[in-house]
Ligand binder design. Structure first.
Ligand code: SF4
Ligand code: SF4
Length: 117
């Protein structure tokens, strides 16, 4: 496991979790991720990517929600945990993410090559 993979797991563990509205996927859409995260996701065809993008959706959003939940990208995990990415439906963790973790996530995103999921 390389250092980016380790950092990814560490950052994931530091993001506070919270319970979403059952069946809600209002915050899903075209998102980007690092190659380390992409390597953990199932490969989608170009046609699947294009179909999702045409609907401003994500190729991993299925009928029953996110199909890659345990491996969803950092940006999906960050959503709703910081005042800069508030859940439009008012859901949030008891304690929002700490500033240092959020900064480290943005540093990770900036130094890893991001591609459209
Ligand atoms: S964070 Fe909010 S908008 Fe996103 S899935 Fe959860 S409840 Fe829905
Ligand atoms: S990876 Fe999952 S949580 Fe993230 S945008 Fe796609 S469907 Fe939504």
């Amino acid at each position: 496991m390389d250092s980016n993979d380790r950092k990814l797991d560490e950052l994931r563990a530091r993001i506070p979790s919270f319970t979403c509205i059952v069946g809600c996927h209002d915050c899903c859409g075209p998102v980007t991720a690092s190659s380390e995260e992409m390597a953990r996701l199932p490969v989608k065809t170009e046609a699947e990517h294009e179909a999702a993008l045409a609907e401003l959706s994500c190729p991993h959003l299925g009928e029953h929600g996110c199909e890659v939940y345990s491996e969803r990208p950092l940006i999906c995990r960050l959503f709703g945990t910081t005042p800069s990415l508030l859940c439009p439906n008012g859901r949030r963790p008891v304690y929002m993410i700490d500033r240092r973790t959020e900064q480290e996530i943005h540093q990770f995103l900036a130094r890893t090559r991001q591609v459209l999921v």
